[in-house]
Design a protein around this ligand. Structure first.
Ligand SMILES: Cc1cc2nc3c(=O)[nH]c(=O)nc-3n(C[C@H](O)[C@H](O)[C@H](O)COP(=O)(O)OP(=O)(O)OC[C@H]3O[C@@H](n4cnc5c(N)ncnc54)[C@H](O)[C@@H]3O)c2cc1C
Length: 159
């Protein structure tokens, strides 16, 4: 079925090797990648955190960091508002949600570098990659592509 999906064109060395291994494998895992999008991460005193609340997918490269940062900010706000849990939780969401949403949006674009949604996007990504990487570095400065893949910066959500 997979071979059929890839059509009659030659597979190339890497993909041919993957298919060969796949066909000889005893079992396999076929998975999909999904984002979690919610209007609110809490209900009363029940809170969702990390991937359960805002999963951005592996393409963002930020899931572990934001899980930790989100937990830390939540702890900080709860300690500042020990008797106003709702205020703490609303403030937490207001601070964190724009950052999480921004990374979710950028993850959708980054995903195109790994799994292009069409042949034309694939050609575009392949064209962008060497151009962005080919820029001469000054003193270890990141390339345009590295800057893009490292995601949005200067987004403040400190308590
Ligand atoms: C292939 C891949 C590559 C990634 N690469 C990066 C990367 O380079 N950088 C980055 O920052 N992030 C990356 N991520 C994302 C990152 O792994 C997640 O965003 C992060 O682990 C989320 O942490 P979490 O604690 O919210 O959830 P999880 O790490 O998923 O932790 C949830 C835990 O709850 C447990 N659990 C589930 N249900 C129950 C239950 N009913 N009872 C008890 N326990 C339960 C699970 O077993 C799990 O241990 C990647 C993810 C994947 C899949």
């Amino acid at each position: 079925m997979l071979r059929r999906a890839y059509g009659p064109e030659p597979l190339g060395e890497t993909l041919a090797h993957v298919f060969e291994q796949f066909e000889g494998a005893k079992d396999f895992l076929f998975d999909s990648v999904n984002q979690v999008s919610m209007r609110s991460w809490h209900s009363g005193r029940t809170v969702l955190l990390g991937d359960a609340a805002w999963c951005m997918t592996l393409y963002s490269g930020m899931g572990a960091s934001l899980g930790l940062a989100g937990g830390s900010l939540l702890g900080e706000l709860l300690s500042r508002h020990p008797h106003e849990i709702d205020t703490a939780l609303r403030t937490w969401e207001d601070r964190l949600m724009p950052f999480a949403c921004q990374h979710q949006r950028s993850a959708l674009i980054k995903a195109q570098f790994f799994t292009p949604s069409s042949p034309s996007i694939d050609i575009l990504c392949k064209g962008l990659m060497p151009r962005a990487q080919g820029k001469k570095r000054s003193e270890g400065a990141p390339t345009a592509l590295e800057q893009f893949l490292s995601g949005p910066v200067n987004v403040e959500f400190a308590a």
